[in-house]
Design a protein around this ligand. Sequence first.
Ligand SMILES: NC(=O)c1ccc[n+]([C@@H]2O[C@H](COP(=O)([O-])OP(=O)(O)OC[C@H]3O[C@@H](n4cnc5c(N)ncnc54)[C@H](O)[C@@H]3O)[C@@H](O)[C@H]2O)c1
Length: 389
Amino acid sequence: MNKETVVGVLGAGTMGSGIAQVAATYGHEVKLFDVSTSALDKARTGHLRIFKRLVEKGRMEAGEAEACGSRISYVSELDALAPCGFVIEAIVENLKIKQDIFQKLEALTGPTSFLASNTSSLSIASIGAACEHSERVLGVHFFNPAPLMPLVEIIPGIATSDEAVTTVRNLIDAWGKKTVLAKDTPGFIVNRVARPFYGEAIRQLEEGVADAATIDWAMREIGGFRMGPFQLMDFIGNDINLKVTETVFQAFFYDPRYRPSFTQQRLVEAGRLGRKSGQGYYNYSEDATTPAPVEDPQLGEAIFSRILVMLINEAVDAVFLNIASAEDVDLAMTKGVNYPKGLLSWANERGLDKVLSQLQELQEEYGEDRYRPSPLLKRMVRQNKRFFE
Ligand SMILES: NC(=O)c1ccc[n+]([C@@H]2O[C@H](COP(=O)([O-])OP(=O)(O)OC[C@H]3O[C@@H](n4cnc5c(N)ncnc54)[C@H](O)[C@@H]3O)[C@@H](O)[C@H]2O)c1
């Protein structure tokens, strides 16, 4: 595939419109399809606004911006995707609807075209199963906002051919993205490894270790994260975050490590969805006062290190289970969700033995499987090894 390849994007929502912008900026002719004409109109207006702003900021020549805009056509007939050599689907997260559209796509596009899904939580195997030629179906998981976030997870399904993986990966690399290869398992890399960022923060809130403002302060000021977990959950939406947590928990056959929390469920039930509803963990109304954190460095370090060792354990276990390479796990967390350091490099820095002993203390204290250290972490400590050596 190259610039001449016509790219189809299904779904003109948050992700689809961003992906269409990326492809058009690289030089492809793009067919952006949606069943909703208002979504198409919104995407078109959005693209025009973004390209105009890029010109104003001096990041793009006016002629180039115009050319990019004119390369995208907004279509409401699936048939318009017939000339596409590569299609990325970013429609509603529903297996039946996705399978249905993949079947139609397969019949519509040529036998050498590649078909990708941007799904966050469905398996690529299940989407590919709807196709006769599932060897050309794979996952390409962008992060929001797609034009700005550099990471794309590439996920081969059971039946995906090596050719499909290599060809699609090369193209997305050429678009200027950082690609990582992930196994077709729940949450792929980022949405799996990041669970304790939320889960262990909520757990500490529930235990009364500290309030949300203090936990957020510890993660920002001591951990160096851009946003604290409660700020971030309010930003993402507690309904969306709960849904991801529930999906991952079920998909892992109810592994207690991923168990959702009552705290989050109650917030969602009460309509406290976060910024979008005006209240979540924090109150966003104009007259609300921002709660002050308890800026105690010792307490902060305890909060941060408990979340960090759980994150590291998740990252190590992903390597142990061959979900991705150590390099890709670190790249995914720094480029997909802006972590200040790769978790495995962080583990090296803090000392794998210290990380292991903190996890063992937690497991001993709570007696919960949630805190079980990854066998790889134990093995590496026993063998006195570090990552990337
Ligand atoms: N939002 C994120 O942060 C994010 C990040 C990565 C991946 N994803 C995944 O990307 C996909 C899209 O998510 P989104 O947030 O852009 O959703 P969205 O709701 O913003 O957009 C989805 C679009 O798909 C359209 N649509 C629905 N059914 C359709 C059909 N049958 N045919 C054509 N269009 C149809 C809708 O009209 C809507 O415009 C989902 O699979 C989601 O899991 C989302």
